[in-house]
Design a protein around this ligand. Structure first.
Ligand SMILES: [Zn+2]
Length: 63
């Protein structure tokens, strides 16, 4: 399992195919081409991307 790029927590749950959720900082992550895409769930249920906050290096899966 990978670490959350936002909080470095390993408390990550799988919620779908290539879809994960950080139980520590409550962001949603999807994996494509070994890159973690991060999303914040807004109060109205929509998703906003957090990818701008992280370097691509930080979002790369290192298994
Ligand atoms: Zn997190």
């Amino acid at each position: 399992m990978f670490k959350c790029p936002n909080c470095q927590s390993k408390d990550i749950g799988k919620i779908g195919i290539n879809q994960y959720y950080c139980w520590n900082c409550f962001i949603e992550m999807t994996i494509s081409k070994d890159i973690i895409n991060t999303h914040q769930v807004e109060e109205d249920g929509s998703l906003s991307s957090l990818d701008d906050l992280f370097d691509e290096e930080d979002r790369r899966l290192s298994l």
